[in-house]
Design a protein around this ligand. Structure first.
Ligand code: COA
Length: 163
């Protein structure tokens, strides 16, 4: 697991294009990079080849608090179920903590993300723009950092490109 380096963009794009039904996630990563909003971007490398990628970008709770939004995450189909995704998420959360983020959110399968400490964000009074329900989850990276009070969590403007 290592941070993205200059020159990784085409390999990262290929990982997302092989993992999602459309090119929307691949484009989202490019847009976030161009906007300078890739807060953390890590790749998984096997034998010198990029086989996985995770991105984090800033999310805000009604301008009161800034956290890290995990999206997208993808591992090449040929390299799944070997713990690569788990290692990338763990390394990514560590990178976000080191960068000063006190909390992170994800919109994904609770069975998958629960192992990293993610819990339904609704229990902390947080909601998302997509009606994700229990799939919208939050994890505290630094004790006492969860935003106080209820609020809507907004992703970076580039997420509008997902439609
Ligand atoms: C989801 C994804 C990143 C997992 O990557 P991975 O490297 O296979 O994950 P790991 O090997 O770390 O973990 C595999 C474990 O997670 C479970 N798992 C994988 N995908 C899951 C899902 N969608 N829901 C619940 N559990 C899931 C597997 O059952 C496995 O559990 P086990 O180890 O107890 O058998 C990968 O399947 C992928 O790229 N999928 C397509 C893109 C995608 O859906 N991204 C997530 C968007 S939020």
């Amino acid at each position: 697991m290592r941070p993205e380096r200059p020159g990784d963009a085409p390999a990262i794009r290929a990982v997302h294009e092989a993992s999602f039904p459309t090119g929307a996630e691949a484009r989202l990563v490019d847009l976030l990079r161009e906007a300078g909003r890739l807060s953390a971007s890590l790749v998984a490398e096997v034998d010198g080849r990029v086989v996985g990628h995770v991105a984090f970008s800033p999310v805000t709770v009604e301008a009161r608090s800034v956290g890290a939004g995990l999206a997208p995450l993808a591992i090449l189909p040929t390299h799944r179920r070997r713990g690569v995704g788990a290692a990338l998420v763990a390394a990514g959360l560590d990178a976000c903590r080191s960068a000063g983020f006190g909390w992170a959110v994800v919109l994904g399968e609770p069975d998958y993300y629960g192992r990293f400490g993610f819990r339904p964000a609704s229990a902390s009074g947080l909601s998302d723009e997509y009606g994700g329900g229990d799939a919208f989850q939050v994890v505290e990276l630094t004790p006492g950092s969860l935003p106080a009070g209820a609020g809507l969590v907004s992703y970076a403007p580039e997420f509008a490109s997902l439609g």
